[in-house]
Ligand binder design. Structure first.
Ligand SMILES: Nc1ncnc2c1ncn2[C@@H]1O[C@H](COP(=O)(O)OP(=O)(O)OP(=O)(O)O)[C@@H](O)[C@H]1O
Length: 482
């Protein structure tokens, strides 16, 4: 028997409620629809790269037009080169007895929520490791292999010889390494360097994926695809791939290299064409670029509806408010979103943005009162202080509330007293020490605690002195109060 907790039986988080409401809504809208199938994980396989498969739909020439217009050529197309089948190549032949692997066309990946076709059963997958029978081929043809080095790094090299389970590998930096054969993985042919969709790689192993992404990143190609999934690498700088010109280029399909715009465009077209709601899930570790990517996606949708006025602008401006109240500086990201959000954007029948609904969940509330070293509370607190009018500004009101003079308050906030013997030295605090609001609060709380302790303790002592007939007003408590 399976028990399902009833909604009232347990305390439910806002996240659970949100997911539940989404599920209910989906069921109401599409009762018979199954959730879209997840893409099957592409397997590493010996495969000749298909020139036709890799060519973008709008590919017309060798990319010079795009270079002229956008400053760089599209990557991932094999240019005008036609690939010939090298019958000797291990990228085609796994082994004599084994199967010739596919050169078949990969289905285009139509959108962010679509699935790619399951693996063709007529294709024999190639194990990610080098097989016995093709190690000799790699040696003979001096083909590259990835070799795991100390500290988990991968180095590119060629196998010189093997002896039992060991292999001698000549690395591209000139070193020769003795490694276990299990530490070797086949590398892709040079012609596949920098392909824009990882499923075009003949060998889909960890170093090959990392190498391909790094190669593209080094050329400011921050977007790549893995089938229907878009991979975005954070450039940590401005890359000139956004704005009206790019919106128009992706909209009219004169550009179709991997991009958030292309992803959003596919979803938009699917929504208009099929009249089905679309979802884009953006995930990654802190600082990976999720918030920025979501904003870029929203900007594209806003641009489709006519640009930065009216409702589109209002929807975009919600980010400013959300970030003020929900984002903060952390050790990993100066603008870290400390909450999850589900943004629903609504479109009219004509395809114009007509509204939005934003649900937030799991706000890190403890950040208001508890901070790690070097981190900050929510931007709004600092913005309020920075933007407050002279009348509202951190001194006269504060002094009257605290029952002291404004001058006295300013002095204690900006100076620090040190007692050296019988002398008292007043040291001016630096701007940073003055501005450390969290530290001020912590100090204030500690001072109050100390004061409470002192009062309590001295009251008891005073009573003792009074009993003993001592004039307690002449007792020097100052040391204790430091
Ligand atoms: N496409 C981009 N172009 C330029 N800079 C970017 C891009 N994406 C991210 N960044 C930079 O990286 C920083 C961190 O990105 P972002 O805040 O989007 O990360 P995040 O994944 O949302 O992190 P968190 O989970 O902590 O909220 C941004 O403030 C910005 O400086």
């Amino acid at each position: 028997m399976m028990l399902t907790p009833s909604p009232s039986a347990i305390a439910r988080s806002s996240l659970e409620e949100m997911l539940d409401s989404l599920r209910r809504r989906d069921e109401e809208e599409n009762p018979k629809d199954l959730p879209p199938a997840l893409p099957s994980r592409p397997m590493s396989r010996g495969r000749v790269p298909s020139a036709r498969r890799s060519l973008p739909k709008s590919f017309k020439d060798d990319g010079e037009n795009e270079k002229e217009k956008f400053g760089h050529k599209r990557k991932g197309s094999f240019g005008s080169k036609k690939l010939m089948l090298d019958v000797e190549s291990p990228y085609v032949v796994v082994s004599e007895e084994n199967t010739v692997v596919t050169t078949s066309e990969q289905q285009p990946s139509p959108g962010p929520v679509s699935s790619i076709p399951a693996d063709d059963s007529s294709v024999a997958p190639l194990s990610p490791e080098l097989q016995d029978d093709n190690v000799s081929y790699f040696i003979k043809k001096k083909l590259h292999v990835w070799c795991r080095q100390p500290k988990g790094k991968w180095g590119l090299g060629t196998i010189q010889s093997t002896s039992g389970e060991q292999a001698s590998v000549s690395l591209s930096n000139g070193n020769v390494m003795e490694v276990a054969r299990t530490e070797l993985l086949p590398a892709n042919p040079d012609i596949l360097e920098g392909v824009d969709d990882l499923i075009q790689l003949s060998y889909l192993n960890e170093p090959s994926v990392l190498h391909n992404l790094r190669f593209r990143y080094s050329q400011d190609l921050i977007y790549s695809k893995a089938g229907p999934i878009l991979i975005a690498l954070n450039p940590f700088k401005d890359v000139p791939v956004y704005g009206n010109e790019y919106v128009a280029a992706y909209r009219n399909k004169s550009l179709d290299s991997p991009h958030v715009y292309a992803m959003v465009d596919a979803a938009y077209n699917e929504m208009i064409g099929e009249e089905v709601n679309q979802s884009i899930i953006i995930s990654g570790e802190s600082g990976a670029g999720k918030t920025e990517t979501a904003k870029i996606a929203m900007q594209y949708l806003a641009a489709l509806g006519g640009g930065s006025c009216g409702i589109e602008n209002e929807v975009l401006q919600t980010n400013v408010i959300l970030e003020a109240f929900g984002n903060a500086k952390t050790s990993r990201n100066d603008n870290s979103s400390r909450f999850g959000k589900l943004i629903e954007i609504h479109f009219s029948a004509t395809g114009k943005m007509c509204g939005a609904k934003i649900q937030t969940f799991l706000l890190e509330k403890s950040r208001v009162v508890q901070l790690a070293d070097g981190e900050r509370s929510y931007h709004i607190f600092y913005q309020l202080c920075a933007g407050a009018s002279t009348h509202l500004k951190a001194v006269t009101s504060a002094a009257s509330l605290m029952g002291c003079s404004p001058e006295g308050l300013m002095t204690v906030l900006s100076t620090h007293k040190i007692k050296a013997g019988k002398d008292t030295i007043t040291k001016t605090l630096t701007l940073r020490q003055k501005n450390s609001f969290e530290q001020l609060c912590i100090n204030y709380a500690n001072e109050r605690l100390q004061q409470h302790f002192n009062r309590h303790l001295f009251k008891l002592e005073q009573q003792d002195y009074e009993i003993d007939g001592v004039d307690w007003t002449k007792v020097d408590f100052e040391d204790n109060q430091e």
